[in-house]
Design a binder for this molecule. Structure first.
Ligand code: ADP
Length: 274
């Protein structure tokens, strides 16, 4: 796209030429699109919980209510404020990652321990059982940023549970082969329509099917997951069948170092990794 910026004239008024300015409209359009998406998500996802927080506080301030009702309203305020906070954190995380300001602190992470820990937390909150199948029986370590990789599994496990309202469990399979660790998170839920394939990891993308309109979310989770996995030089893919379920599969580089006798030793300290 070019815009006429000025008409060049020399002394007098005789026209000598034109000055055009070339601008990359596609980049501008992309930024506009992101801004519009952001505005629409802000108006919907931020205003709704904020309105309910304000509404309940107003009732608590101006009405005499029995203790149990007061407690119920305060719990609603708490969970709505939590939702706001999650959205803002997700959005800031993604901004930081996309702008390249995310720094990763790599260290050996024992995957089975981490997954068991996350599974326990989810089981306390939800009725889904989280089964971990550790196929190799071997120790599985990866070199990862522990907080970020935890965020990945938190997101994927939470999605697997959230989008399988009719199921009572999910399965996680761990295996290792030729220096790669594979983690598969399988659910028996709603599935992902084929037409969503190209967009699943785009930010703000949500599947807009009638089967999941009531399920809350921001469409930022998988975009964050993808950024983190790329930061770890890993791979994420999925297979899915509508009405039957979805499996997200991650591949990460296995972390193992052999000692002088060829035994595998795990270094506990990041400084030793160089
Ligand atoms: P959110 O869950 O906040 O909408 P995500 O980025 O985590 O955002 O996921 C994007 C969309 O992908 C979701 O809206 C959902 O429809 C779909 N999705 C993600 N994980 C699953 C899953 N395990 N099963 C079915 N659909 C899923």
């Amino acid at each position: 796209h070019a815009e006429l910026y000025a008409t060049l004239v020399s002394e007098g008024t005789e026209q000598q030429g034109y000055l055009f300015v070339f601008r990359d409209r596609t980049e501008e359009e992309r930024i506009d699109e992101i801004k519009n998406e952001f505005i629409s998500i802000v108006s919907h996802e931020l205003r709704t919980p904020l309105a309910s927080v304000l509404g309940f506080i107003e009732i608590l301030l101006h009405r005499e209510l029995p203790k149990d009702k007061q407690k119920k309203y305060m719990e609603t305020i708490y969970s709505e404020a939590q939702r706001l906070s999650n959205l803002i954190n997700d959005f800031l995380d993604l901004q930081r990652m996309e702008s390249g300001r995310q720094s990763y602190h790599f260290a050996p992470v024992h995957l089975p321990d981490m997954l068991r820990d996350i599974a326990e937390q989810w089981q306390d909150k939800q009725r889904h059982r989280v089964n971990i199948h550790h196929e190799t029986g071997k120790e599985l370590w990866v070199r990862a940023d522990v907080d970020r990789i935890r965020q990945v599994f938190d997101n994927l496990i939470s999605n697997a549970i959230k989008y399988s309202p009719g199921a009572d469990h999910i399965d996680i399979y761990l295996s290792a082969d030729q220096g790669r660790v594979t983690i598969a998170i399988q659910d028996y839920g709603l599935g992902i329509p084929e037409e969503a394939r190209g967009n699943m990891f785009s930010k703000f993308f949500r599947v807009d099917n009638s089967d999941r309109r009531q399920i809350g979310g921001t469409g930022l989770g998988l975009a964050i997951v993808k950024e983190i996995i790329e930061g770890h030089h890993g791979l994420i893919t999925y297979t899915s069948e509508m009405g039957h379920g979805t499996t997200f599969q991650l591949e990460l580089a296995q972390f193992e170092i052999a000692d002088m006798d060829g035994r595998i030793v795990i270094l506990e300290d990041d400084d030793n990794l160089a």
